[in-house]
Design a protein around this ligand. Structure first.
Ligand SMILES: [Zn+2]
Ligand SMILES: [Zn+2]
Length: 294
């Protein structure tokens, strides 16, 4: 684990659960796509990069989730390495406390301030507009403003697709904005490239298959919510139903991630006129529109 896997003469990735991209920009200089899930992980990654004779010039984060940015601080504080990010995610990288505040919707209890949800703080700047080492595109929806990064004809695609193993394990993969996520999947389908390297799961040659799988995951959850909302239900009732349907075990982190994702689905279904939202006996409830065929 943590060894560099060569893709071509310029591009490597680090073999670990939260994959890190290593891209050569000069004879002995590289930049990283994301920085790993912990200080321990980035120390091992940096040692293997050093052993190859490479020096790290900067890090570009695909988005702000802790498993992608937790090596930033170690690299920045000890080696003066610049960290770059994009959009709203850049602000969350600068203020990692925002992540658990956002997920919980208020000041979170201490149990939620753990390394899955709270990365070490680093100073993250906008990606310089004159950078020539790579190109990038915003494909948001999993997070606020996720980016995919193109080097030659290889794409680093962060978390914008979920693999089958992750879906079997988590059932409701984290999504911030369902509508944007579906649009991003269609844009991914049309990207020109020979290989797509996600942060988790198998490397992708045929992106269409993976896009179709992810669209099906979304449609299955939509159907589940719409079927349940054939009669009025509150957010809590919908949440409890989804948790018990998928037999999602009691876990504090998983609970806030799924609750946030379900609220994202409810917003999407209301905005797409598939669910209506009404107060019933002072309870905010959702009901499927009768003409919706799901
Ligand atoms: Zn993520
Ligand atoms: Zn991730």
């Amino acid at each position: 684990m943590y060894e560099l896997i060569k893709v071509n003469d310029e591009i490597y990735y680090v073999n670990c659960p939260s994959r890190v991209g290593v891209v050569k920009i000069a004879d002995n200089e590289v930049f990283l796509v994301d920085s790993g899930s912990s200080k321990d992980a980035i120390k091992k990654i940096k040692k293997n990069i050093d052993d190859m004779g490479f020096s790290i010039k900067y890090v570009v984060n695909t988005h702000s989730h802790a498993d992608h940015i937790s090596g930033n601080k170690y690299l920045q504080e000890n080696f003066g390495i610049n960290i770059y990010g994009h959009g709203i995610d850049k602000y969350f990288i600068n203020e990692p406390n925002l992540e658990s505040m956002f997920l919980y919707g208020a000041s979170p209890y201490n149990t939620l301030k753990n390394h899955f949800l709270l990365a070490p703080k680093s100073i993250c700047d906008d990606i310089p507009s004159n950078i020539l080492d790579f190109s990038f595109m915003e494909l948001s929806g999993h997070s606020f403003s996720d980016i995919v990064i193109k080097c030659g004809d290889i794409w680093f695609i962060g978390d914008i697709v979920f693999n089958e193993e992750a879906v079997l394990k988590y059932h409701v993969p984290f999504i911030f904005n369902v509508g944007n996520y579906l649009k991003s999947l269609e844009k991914l389908r049309n990207l020109d490239g020979s290989l797509f390297i996600p942060s988790h799961g198998p490397i992708i040659a045929n992106v269409n298959e993976v896009v179709d799988f992810n669209i099906k995951v979304i449609k299955d959850i939509v159907k589940l919510i719409l079927d349940f909302c054939d009669v009025y239900h509150t957010t809590e009732e919908i949440f409890d139903y989804i948790l018990s349907f998928y037999k999602i075990s009691n876990d504090y982190n998983q609970s806030v991630l799924v609750a946030s994702t379900i609220r994202s689905f409810l917003s999407y279904l209301v905005d797409e006129s598939m669910l209506k939202i009404e107060f019933l006996n002072n309870r905010l409830c959702y009901l499927k529109y009768k003409n919706i065929d799901n």
